[in-house]
Design a protein around this ligand. Structure first.
Ligand code: F6P
Length: 536
C-alpha cells in the first residue's frame, strides 16, 4: 500500500489523539515566525519521505546556487539575486566577476538621503512647500510588493507623506488617486524596471500633465518626479533628473523587487531605519532557508507539503488567509509571486512537465472570508490547503477584538480539521428536540467532512522584521516547488503574448489607418462594438 493510501485511514483528529506531542513536535520557529504545521495530513514518515525527495532532487544544492548567484534564470541568462539586496555588505556576491554589494549599499544610502529629505521637509515642491503625498505609479511586481508592505506597516507610518498607489491603466485608477491631491505638495515615483510598461507610462504621462496643468513647469517637474528603473535613459527622456533616478538591476525579478529601490514608497512611508529592519527580517529568513535541514526548514516544509497536497490529493489551489487587517493585500502579492513564477508547463530543459505546477493562490483577510468563501473550504468537494496567519498581539487592541479575531482563526483551523459526522449532527439535533426523521433528512446537509489541512503562522507582532521574514518565507516556498519540479520560476514569457496582441488591437480600437492586421471574427466583432460605443 502506498503512503498516501495508508494516510486515508488516519484522519487528523486521530493523529492528534494518538500523539500528545504532535503539536510541539510539529511547530517550528524561525526569523520571528512560528509555523504550526500539526494540522497537516502528514506523519513523521510523510515528512521523512518529503525530505528524502528534497535531497534526491538536489534542493539544498539549488538553494546554494540561488544564493551564490548562479544563472538559474536560464531563458534570460540571469541570476536571481533578490537575497543579495537584503544581506550585509561584508558578504560579497559576484555577478559577471563583479561584486554587486557596493552598488546595493550605495543605492540604500541614496534612498536614505532621499527619504530623509522628503520626510523632514527639506525636499521642497515647486512653491517651496513640503511634500505631503507620494503617488507610486507601477504595476505587477513594481506595485504589489510595496503596496502590501506599506499597508502592512501602517502603524509605523508618519502622518506625512501619505502614500498612494496607481497601477491599472483604467483611467479611474489615476483619477481617483489624484482627486484631492495638491500638485504643489505631491511627489510621483515612476516604478518600472523596464520603463517600457504601457500601463505605467500611460499613468505617468497623465500624472505629468496633471502636474503641469496644476501650475508645474518643465523645470519644476524635477522636484516632483523620481523613478526607479533599470532603464535610466528612458527615465531621463521622460524628464526625470538623473539624481532622482534610482537603479534596478536585471538580476532582480519584478515580483522579488520589494527589497530594491522599488521599496522606496515603503521607506518614504515608514522611514529608512524601518525599511532596513524589513530587509533584516528577510535576511534572517534567508539564513534559516540556507542553513536548516529540510526537516526543520520552514520554506522547505511548506513547499514540500504543498507538493504533497497537489500530487497526492489533487489540490489545485492554496488559500492564504491572514487574520490581520494590515495584511489584507498579502494574498494578492503572493498570488503574483507564486503564479507568475511557477505557472509553467515545461522543465528547465524544455521538456513538458508531466503534472500540474503552481497552485492557484487566493485568499483574503480573516474573518471576512468566513462569511464568504469558507463555506467551500468546509463543505465543498475540493481539498484546499489553507495558510492562516495571525499576529499574537494587535496594534489596535480595541475592547477584546483581538481575542475575538484570534478565536475565529483558531476555530477555523480546528473546524477544518475536525469536521462533524452525520451521526454527531443527527444526535445533536435530536438532543435539541428535533424529530428523528427531520434530523435524518438534515444530517447530510449539516455534516462537515473535516480532515482538511492548514498551517498556522504566528508572530509576536506584525513589525517590519516579521513582515520581511514572512514575505521571504513565501519567496522561498515558491522556489522550493520550482526546484523540485525543475522549472524556471524567474521568467514570465506567458505574459508577453497578451502584451503583443494588445499592441495590435489598440490601433484598431483607436480607428487608426488600416494595418494589414486581420483578426478572428470575435475580436473583430468586439472592436466594431467598442468603436460604435465611442461614436466612431
Ligand atoms: O507582468 C509582467 C511584468 O513583467 C512583471 O513581471 C513586472 O513586475 C511587471 O510586468 C512590471 O514591469 P516593469 O517593472 O518593467 O514596469
Amino acid at each position: 500500500m502506498n503512503h498516501r493510501a495508508q494516510l486515508e485511514g488516519l484522519p487528523l483528529k486521530d493523529l492528534f489523539q494518538q500523539d500528545a506531542q504532535r503539536y510541539p513536535r510539529m511547530t517550528l520557529e524561525a526569523a520571528g515566525l512560528i509555523l504550526d504545521y500539526s494540522r497537516n495530513r502528514v506523519t513523521d514518515q510523510t515528512l521523512g519521505l518529503l525530505a528524502d525527495l528534497a535531497r534526491g532532487r538536489g534542493l539544498p544544492e539549488r538553494v546554494n546556487a540561488l544564493f551564490r548567484g548562479e544563472q538559474l534564470n536560464t531563458t534570460e541568462k540571469r541570476p536571481a539575486l533578490h537575497t543579495a539586496l537584503r544581506q550585509p555588505q561584508d558578504q560579497p556576491v559576484q555577478v559577471d566577476g563583479e561584486n554587486i554589494m557596493p552598488a546595493i549599499q550605495a543605492t540604500l544610502e541614496r534612498m536614505e538621503v532621499f527619504t530623509n529629505a522628503v520626510r523632514s521637509g527639506e525636499w521642497r515642491g515647486m512653491n517651496g512647500d513640503t511634500i505631503t503625498d507620494v503617488v507610486s505609479i507601477g504595476i505587477g511586481g513594481s506595485y504589489l510588493g510595496p503596496l502590501t508592505a506599506t499597508e502592512a506597516l501602517t502603524p509605523f507610518q508618519s502622518e506625512h507623506p501619505r502614500c498612494h498607489y496607481v497601477a491599472n491603466v483604467d483611467g479611474s485608477d489615476i483619477r481617483e488617486a489624484l482627486a484631492g491631491l495638491n500638485p504643489a505638495t505631491t511627489l510621483f515615483l515612476v516604478q518600472s524596471k523596464s520603463f517600457t510598461t504601457q500601463e505605467t507610462l500611460a499613468n505617468a504621462r497623465v500624472a505629468r500633465q496633471w502636474f503641469l496643468d496644476g501650475g508645474g513647469t518643465e523645470t519644476t517637474v524635477q522636484h516632483h518626479f523620481a523613478a526607479v528603473t533599470a532603464n535610466a535613459d528612458r527615465a531621463r527622456d521622460f524628464g526625470i533628473a538623473g539624481d532622482s533616478i534610482f537603479p534596478m538591476w536585471d538580476w532582480v525579478g519584478g515580483r522579488y523587487s520589494l527589497w530594491s529601490a522599488i521599496g522606496l514608497p515603503v521607506a518614504l512611508a515608514v522611514g529608512m531605519p524601518r525599511f532596513r529592519e524589513l530587509l533584516a527580517g528577510a535576511h534572517a529568513m534567508d539564513q534559516h532557508f540556507q542553513q536548516a535541514p529540510p526537516e526543520q526548514n520552514m520554506p522547505m516544509l511548506m513547499g514540500l507539503m504543498g507538493l504533497w497536497y497537489m500530487h497526492g490529493f489533487g489540490a489545485e489551489s492554496q488559500a492564504v488567509i491572514p487574520y490581520d487587517h494590515y495584511l489584507r493585500h498579502l494574498p494578492e502579492h503572493l498570488q503574483q509571486l507564486d503564479m507568475e513564477s511557477n505557472g509553467k508547463s515545461v522543465c528547465l530543459d524544455g521538456s513538458p512537465v508531466s503534472h500540474h505546477t503552481g497552485p492557484v493562490i487566493w485568499g483574503g483577510p480573516g474573518v471576512n472570508g468566513q462569511h464568504a468563501y469558507h463555506q467551500l473550504l468546509h463543505q465543498g468537494t475540493r481539498l484546499v490547503p489553507v495558510d492562516f496567519i495571525l499576529p499574537l498581539t494587535s496594534h489596535n487592541p480595541v475592547d477584546g477584538h483581538h481575542a475575538m479575531l484570534a478565536a475565529n482563526c483558531l476555530a477555523q483551523a480546528r473546524a477544518l480539521m475536525l469536521g462533524r459526522t452525520e451521526q454527531e449532527v443527527r444526535a445533536a439535533m435530536i438532543a435539541e428536540g428535533m424529530a428523528e426523521d427531520e434530523a435524518q433528512r438534515l444530517a447530510p446537509h449539516r455534516a462537515i467532512p473535516g480532515n482538511r489541512p492548514s498551517n498556522l503562522l504566528t508572530m509576536e507582532r506584525l513589525e517590519p522584521a516579521t513582515l520581511g521574514a514572512l514575505i521571504a518565507l513565501y519567496e522561498h516556498r515558491t522556489f522550493v516547488q520550482a526546484a523540485i519540479w525543475r522549472i524556471n520560476p524567474f521568467d514570465q514569457w506567458g505574459v508577453e503574448l497578451g502584451k503583443e496582441i494588445g499592441g495590435q488591437i489598440l490601433p484598431a480600437l483607436n480607428g487608426e489607418p488600416e494595418t494589414d492586421m486581420t483578426f478572428d471574427s470575435a475580436t473583430a466583432g468586439q472592436i466594431a462594438r467598442f468603436r460604435a460605443a465611442q461614436g466612431s
